[in-house]
Design a protein around this ligand. Structure first.
Ligand code: C2E
Ligand code: CA
Ligand code: CA
Length: 260
């Protein structure tokens, strides 16, 4: 079963069933769009659109995540180049399992340099879907990323296996709050307290807080009052293919006043 899925993923890569979409991230501090997150899509000829929440865990289990992860990075780096040259950051999701390959950082840096992509405009969003040994080599890789100017965000902070000791040991620059959490803050008091705690924690560690899955104006206003730094979600845009980004940017900036 596992190898069947792997086979169809290999076939999918060979026959262009995979593609990347991009979702904008907006700074509540500067009132500017600062970057885009790359999200993987699989359009299967028989099964239709398969959500990444279904196939990423399978790829993690069958070992295909390495190949898929590099493909996403390579594709996004290539597609996003002109946007990076205009000052937008590119975030790519990376499974913590990808760090189990010792040459992970070298390969990422090689990809970026080969394409001439500015390293300081490249971000890795790290999710920990499984607990891994965060030993000396993991730490060394995280530090090496930083020394190359590559930024790391902790994705879905506070969920899964992401743990607080990250903040003391690895150089990250932002915590991302999951959509399920953000959707609760307006009506659930305990989530609101937790949000204040997370923002305070982030400030102590000089980290930014990014709220994802922001869908309403009320959420934007609320997150502003709670000192959240960056938002992402359908209120700005659904994830779009790269060809749609220029149109989005034009529409966004012509409607700019709405964001103040
Ligand atoms: P994530 O990194 O937490 O990404 C955010 C998810 O929320 C995306 O789902 C996005 O489309 C969705 N979303 C964003 N704003 C809104 C909103 O306002 N409302 C609603 N309802 N949804 C919103 P998506 O694209 O289905 O991705 C799901 C997860 O799959 C991602 O969660 C990420 O963990 C994983 N993933 C996606 N692409 C990759 C990849 O290239 N590599 C790895 N390792 N994981 C990936
Ligand atoms: Ca993410
Ligand atoms: Ca999430």
């Amino acid at each position: 079963m596992v190898s069947l899925v792997k086979l169809s993923m290999e076939e999918g890569l060979r026959t262009n069933q995979f593609y990347v979409v991009y979702q904008p991230q907006f700074s509540l501090r500067s009132n500017r769009l600062i970057g885009f997150e790359a999200l993987l899509r699989w359009s299967h000829p028989v099964l239709g659109q398969i959500p990444p929440s279904d196939f990423i865990p399978l790829a993690e289990r069958n070992g295909f995540i390495d190949t898929l992860g590099y493909w996403v990075m390579d594709t996004a780096i290539r597609e996003f180049m002109s946007l990076a040259q205009r000052g937008y950051k590119l975030s790519v999701n990376v499974s913590v399992l990808q760090f189990q390959r010792e040459d992970f950082v070298d390969r990422v840096v090689y990809l970026l340099r080969e394409r001439g992509f500015p390293l300081e405009f490249f971000v890795l969003e790290l999710t920990e879907s499984e607990p891994i040994q965060r030993g000396a080599s993991f730490l060394a890789m995280m530090r090496s990323l930083k020394s190359h100017g590559i930024t790391v965000y902790i994705d879905d902070f506070g969920m899964g296996y992401s743990s607080l000791d990250y903040l003391n040991f690895i150089p990250v620059s932002a915590l991302k709050l999951d959509r399920s959490f953000v959707s609760r803050v307006l009506w659930d008091a305990s989530s609101r307290y937790l949000l204040s705690d997370i923002v305070a924690l982030a400030r102590r560690h000089k980290l930014q807080v990014i709220a994802e899955g922001v869908e309403t104006r009320e959420q934007v206003d609320f997150l502003r009052t709670r000192d959240c730094d960056i938002i992402q979600g359908y209120i700005l845009s659904k994830p779009i293919v790269i060809a749609e980004v220029p149109l989005f940017l034009r529409a966004f900036y012509s409607n700019y006043n709405k964001w103040f």
